[in-house]
Design a protein around this ligand. Structure first.
Ligand code: ARG
Length: 462
């Protein structure tokens, strides 16, 4: 018997039943569904809509069901369609007729909107912790590599020397903003929708404020149609997830490149690499590749939700049942990536020699040579021209800037003296860039210290 069966003369077709059911994927919200129902039942009694004793029995029943589900003693059924009606069915089976009072002044529409928010809140707390673990790993690594010189790139062409610490801290900053976005998203998520009913609230005198407090929400939804019909919080979460994954994917791409023999900047630990079934010599950066690959999947989840919601008339439409699989997939995927990323990073060995060697090639100190001339009074544009010619000469003669003798240098500019060699040493080039935000060890050290304090602060929040 369907909970909504009264107006139907015929049974639901088996195909419809299967097609319509969401229990196969929404069962994971059972604790949240029970939590919401307990708050609702407690409030119904406070408002005199059911008796205290009835409320008590309902709540005890729900708690027992929660435990039994946890222990695997209860089986969900497709006939009961979704997690909400499965639990109501369990309740009525357990406490009898009284169970039928629970759904007074409530609809599955406000119920599901609540459950998804509660579920997402719990998962977001978990993801937040994992993100902070990754931030911590980055700080740890960065502080070990303050003096590890490497080439910085633009267009994937060597550009100017930086340090590995500076490069890692760039990711720290991206993830810091990701944390901020997650916290913002939480603010909007925590709007309590119960009381919206199916769409037009209810004539019963519910105490929505009490339910909000019980469930630890920040506010109550301010419009019943909106409370049941938007899923922007799920979309916002998937946007957050997509941006985070985009960051992780860029990082992964670099790790993949760096692990190639051509770069040889990093050696991944055996525990975080995999082999080939045919090529015995292979050691592949599959973890990083999968993070890069799964990024597309999370974007897909975002697009699924955006497309599903597009053009839906107010208020609830069954299309919205499709929100869950995409949302859950994004949660699960991001969680897996965040779990594996820190140990993959922390077990990697960075090849300082290869990085330094690479930094010395590609004329990464050319800008500094131009700056040297500027210091001696040449306008920057003229200095650029003179260094450009010097570089061309070096390329033609297979030399680096450091290898030119002074007489040759002076053909390009008479302003050059023999302190040029010291000035364009890649270490000096990095050390000079010590303004805030720069790669000099002292500047990055300061950035790391600030970051540590920030991290300690946000670890205590949330
Ligand atoms: N399983 C449904 C969902 O996930 C619950 C809400 C159903 N509401 C309805 N009016 N059919 O969206």
């Amino acid at each position: 018997m369907k909970l909504w069966g009264g107006r139907f003369a015929k049974q639901t077709d088996k195909l419809t039943e299967d097609f319509n059911a969401s229990i196969g994927f929404d069962s994971r919200m059972y604790q949240q569904d029970i939590q919401g129902s307990i708050a609702h039942a407690a409030m119904l009694a406070r408002q005199g809509i059911i008796s205290e004793q009835e409320s008590h029995q309902i709540i005890t029943g729900l708690e027992e069901i929660g435990q039994e589900l946890e222990d695997g003693q209860l089986q969900f059924s497709v006939a009961a369609e979704d997690v909400h009606m499965n639990i109501e069915t369990f309740l009525t089976a357990k406490i009898g007729e009284l169970g039928k009072k629970l759904h007074t002044a409530r609809s599955r529409n406000d119920q599901v909107s609540l459950d998804v928010r509660l579920y997402l809140r719990d998962e977001m707390a978990e993801l937040r912790k994992l993100l902070l673990v990754l931030e911590d790993a980055l700080l740890k690594l960065a502080s070990q590599h303050l003096d590890t010189i490497m080439p910085g790139y633009t267009h994937l062409q060597k550009a100017q020397p930086i340090t590995l610490a500076h490069h890692l801290m760039a990711y720290f900053e991206m993830l810091r903003r990701d944390l901020g976005r997650l916290d913002d998203c939480r603010q909007r998520l925590l709007s309590m929708p119960l009381g919206s009913g199916a769409l037009a609230a209810t004539g019963f005198p519910l105490d929505r404020e009490f339910v909000r407090q019980q469930l630890g929400f920040i506010e109550i939804t301010r419009n019943s149609l909106d409370g049941v019909s938007d899923r922007d919080f799920a979309i916002e979460f998937c946007s957050w997830a997509s941006i985070l994954m985009m960051h992780l994917s860029r990082f992964s791409e670099e790790i993949i490149l760096w692990a190639s023999e051509e770069f040889s900047f990093v050696t991944l630990d055996d525990g975080f690499s995999t082999g080939s079934s045919i090529m015995p010599q292979k050691k592949n950066p599959d973890v990083a590749e999968l993070v890069r690959g799964k990024t597309g999947r999370v974007y897909g989840d975002l697009i699924t939700l955006l497309t599903m919601m597009k053009s839906l008339p107010l208020a609830y439409n069954k299309d919205m049942q499709e929100d869950k699989e995409a949302l859950f997939d994004a949660i699960d995927t991001v969680k897996k990536c965040l779990l594996v990323f820190p140990p993959m990073l922390l077990t990697s060995r960075f090849n300082q020699e290869a990085m330094a060697r690479a930094a010395r090639g590609g004329f990464t100190n050319a800008t500094d040579m131009a700056d040297y001339l500027v210091n001696r009074g040449l306008p920057f544009r003229d200095a650029h021209e003179a260094v450009g010619k010097t570089v061309r000469y070096c390329i033609d003669n297979r030399l680096t800037l450091d290898e030119l003798d002074l007489a040759t240098y002076r053909q390009f500019s008479p302003l050059i003296e023999d302190d040029i060699y010291e000035f364009i040493d890649v270490k000096a080039c990095v050390a000079r860039r010590r303004i805030p935000g720069g790669p000099a060890p002292e500047a990055v050290q300061a950035a790391i210290e600030e970051a540590r304090q920030w991290l300690a602060g946000v670890q205590n929040e949330g």
